[in-house]
Design a protein around this ligand. Structure first.
Ligand code: GLA
Length: 389
């Protein structure tokens, strides 16, 4: 793929000068959904799918962007003096936002660059193609401009800042953290309250991680996401009146039950219930994996789905169909919605010898019920963002 991208770069921008190549992965979250803006735990892994870039520095302040995924846009040209979000600039708002966030922190770019990118993460599938583009840009800037002071965690935080304050989605830190800090064959057990993290080996000798793409993305994803976040913030305020906490993630289930009546609205109470219980489930799931108790891990994944469906209400008909089909399929250890929700993907752990049947039978049943095909990816866990050459 990189060869093709290099070829395209040279075709578009010419052959001269030093070309550098980079990669940043997408992610799948195994468990711990909608906990990252509630000071809870998440358990994502970086994928080997992701976004590639070829970059060359320029002598002037011009920035030229091209994506093979959005070929019809052609080359989008702007400059370091125009770092403002612009709807017409579409996907380039992600890298621009990251430049803006670096400059805000005093890391100024003295000159522009030409870039060509290609991503093999299906867009809009909930596997963090945008976070991977943000982290990719961060790694490029750190390398090309020598911003040694920016650690990989800073790059994740900068990506989140760009997403929140330049692109208007109030996301948490999980996606950018996973893309920046991923490690081959490991999940990241991250406490989003203080960014303490541990790498957890994912040893599945007789099973695979299978991602199923529902190929639906319901509109208003960003606004519904921001609504959930606001509901949790209001619930937290109400709880603070009766108990001394800074985040929902600090509560055990018992503490939540004791204080939950402080949350006046029943819908808000359900949202907070999810945030608290999902965090505790994630802690339990990480422990289960450590003890090689994959069965318990799977049960916790299933419980996570039910909570996201009923209490947090971020699932949808198509995703529920996929998950219910998976639950009924022999050899499935656990299955749930993954990512922000309202469409996108499910993640399942499936016994090796059941993977083919899983893909065939669920693929067929999904088509029969929904009227379009699902897509299946049997994935590997890869390393975080880096320079390739
Ligand atoms: C999106 C956000 C993440 C996280 C998940 C839900 O992927 O970008 O920060 O909140 O949704 O777990």
């Amino acid at each position: 793929m990189l060869e093709k991208l290099l070829q395209k770069f040279k075709e578009l921008y010419g052959e001269d000068g030093e070309l550098r190549t980079y990669f940043a992965p997408g992610r799948v979250n195994l468990i711990g959904e909608h906990t990252d803006y509630n000071g809870g735990h998440v358990f994502p892994c970086a994928l080997t799918l992701g976004t590639y870039a070829v970059v060359r520095s320029r002598g002037d302040r011009v920035l030229r962007f091209y994506s093979m995924n959005f070929d019809s846009f052609g080359i989008v040209e702007t400059s370091l003096d125009e770092l403002i979000p612009n709807q017409a600039a579409a996907w380039t708002n992600y890298p621009k936002g990251v430049i803006w966030a670096f400059e805000k922190r005093g890391m100024k770019l003295g000159h522009g660059f030409d870039i060509a990118i290609y991503g093999d993460i299906p867009n809009g599938s909930g596997l963090s193609s945008s976070a991977s583009l943000e982290v990719l840009t961060g790694v490029i800037l750190k390398d090309i401009y020598g911003f040694a002071e920016a650690s990989m965690i800073d790059i994740a935080l900068i990506g989140q800042d760009a997403e929140n304050n330049f692109n208007g989605c109030n996301c948490g830190i999980m996606d950018q953290f996973a893309s920046a800090m991923g490690k081959k064959d490991h999940a990241i057990f991250l406490d989003t309250n203080d960014l303490h993290y541990e790498y957890a080996p994912v040893k599945l000798p007789d099973a695979r991680i299978v991602i199923t793409n529902s190929k639906v993305k319901h509109s208003l994803v960003d606004s519904a996401y921001n609504d959930r976040r606001n509901e949790c913030e209001t619930a937290l305020k109400e709880l603070k009146a009766v108990t001394d906490i800074k985040a929902l993630g600090e509560l055990t289930e018992e503490q939540f039950e004791e204080h939950k009546d402080a949350i006046k609205d029943p819908v808000r109470q359900k949202r907070a219930h999810h945030a608290v219980y999902e965090n505790q489930r994630t802690i339990r799931a990480a422990r289960a994996l450590e003890k090689n108790d994959i069965t318990l891990f799977g049960q916790l994944m299933n419980a996570s789905h039910i909570s996201l469906r009923d209490d947090y209400e971020v699932s949808c008909k198509e995703i529920d169909i996929l998950v219910e089909l998976a639950w009924k399929t022999e050899g499935v250890i656990g299955s749930r919605i993954t990512g922000g929700g309202f469409g996108g993907c499910t993640v399942s752990i499936v016994k090796n010898d059941a993977v083919d049947t899983f893909v065939q039978e669920i693929g067929k049943a999904y088509f029969d019920k929904v009227g379009h095909e699902a897509e299946f990816y049997v994935v590997d866990i890869g390393d975080g963002a880096r320079r390739l050459g």
